[in-house]
Write a protein that binds this ligand. Structure first.
Ligand code: ADP
Ligand code: MG
Length: 337
């Protein structure tokens, strides 16, 4: 197949790279995907996208791709605008991998996500949104400890130990930090103490849940909160130092595992997702499941959670990418609104 890979301009990978160079490169995921697609026999054209749609339009006209492999997570430096690029592909009736534009719009907004999940009776941490420029007034029902996050950015941007606050002054301070330094509205949630679990889901109508993955913190100081801060997610040295690793949560009892898979599939459907996504949740000591967020089009590096959890059920990397291509092919956005 002719595959048009849509990549961020600064993340277009080289054709060939040494393993060591690749491991730390910012374009690692792009390299893994493009390399694997080519090795599988697909013809891949990489397009670096920044703030223009013209390169995509030209590539569609000249290369006649069968499908676009969407690896974008922003457009013109705005994280939520990848949904508009997907909407453009839909208008062009171009097949694409991953999530549709409406699902992206719903899932990227943590407040809309929580409102929809509440309607579907899926448990979430109670929350309030503090828009930029408005006075920060905590609703009384929201009791400490609370966690303060960006309402729209992901990848743990703006999340550190200071995000969990125990009093009014810290809350004000942290909300203003999100407004001023991160530049988005803030969402404030009840802090949920519990195990941090991730579930990959594949599918359009019929869904497959991949094995439940757990982020473990083996070596964090007593007073630190076990949360996926920016450093926990992205710093290899920090991960090593504090014994942070992720692997299958093998000790869950079968009933709990089933409940987790069911709830994650319901989240996926409630947010009108398709293709592939990863649902983040927390499991409390008493067995309650709280959904934190859904991540459509999650990281697809060979050694990231999504591909690793697929491999654990026997879906190797090539097979995973082929499944994602096939799901993209079969998706008919015009039928789903
Ligand atoms: N309500 C919460 N209670 C406890 N921890 C939370 C809560 N919300 C977020 N976290 C912690 O912060 C991390 C990042 O939050 P998340 O909502 O998943 O944002 P992101 O989009 O940046 O991944 C989570 O993985 C979790 O460790
Ligand atoms: Mg998350």
């Amino acid at each position: 197949m002719r595959v048009l890979a849509l990549l961020h301009k600064h993340l277009v990978p080289p054709d060939e790279a040494e393993i060591e160079e690749c491991a730390k490169a910012p374009w690692k995921m792009e390299y893994d995907v493009v390399r694997a697609l080519r090795d599988m026999g697909h013809e891949v054209l990489c397009i670096g996208v920044d703030a223009e749609l013209a390169p995509i339009r030209n590539a569609m006209a000249e290369f006649h791709p069968h499908i676009a492999f969407n690896l974008l997570e922003a457009f013109n430096n705005v994280a939520t605008w990848d949904q508009n690029v997907v909407a453009y592909l839909e208008l062009c009736r171009m097949a694409y991998t991953g999530c549709n534009s409406r699902g992206l719009l719903l899932a990227r907004d943590k407040a809309i996500t929580k409102q929809l999940l509440t309607y579907h009776r899926i448990a979430i941490a109670d929350f309030a949104v503090f828009p930029v420029g408005r006075v920060v007034r905590r609703p009384k029902r929201l009791r400490f400890p609370l966690i303060v996050k960006s309402a729209t950015l992901d990848a743990s941007i703006g999340i550190s130990q200071a995000s969990v606050v125990d009093d009014e002054a810290r809350l004000q301070e942290r909300v203003l930090f999100i407004h001023d330094s991160i530049g988005t509205d803030a969402i404030v949630e009840r802090y949920i103490e519990g195990r941090e679990l991730y579930v990959g889901i594949l599918g359009n109508q019929r869904l497959q849940a991949l094995p439940t993955w757990e982020l473990s913190f083996h070596n964090l100081s007593e007073e630190s909160r076990k949360i996926a801060t920016e450093r926990v997610k992205w710093s290899l040295t920090y991960q090593k130092k504090h014994g942070i690793e992720s692997d299958e949560a093998t000790d869950l009892d079968p009933a709990t595992s089933q409940r987790i898979r069911d709830v994650c599939k319901r989240v996926y459907r409630s947010l009108l997702l398709n293709g592939y996504a990863r649902i983040d949740l927390r499991l409390t000591a008493s067995g309650q499941i709280f959904v934190m967020e859904a991540n459509p089009n999650p990281q697809l590096s060979r050694d990231e959670d999504f591909a690793k959890s697929a491999a654990r059920t026997g879906i190797g990397y090539d097979a995973l990418l082929q499944r994602i291509l096939n799901l993209g092919f079969r998706w008919r956005p015009e039928r789903f609104g």
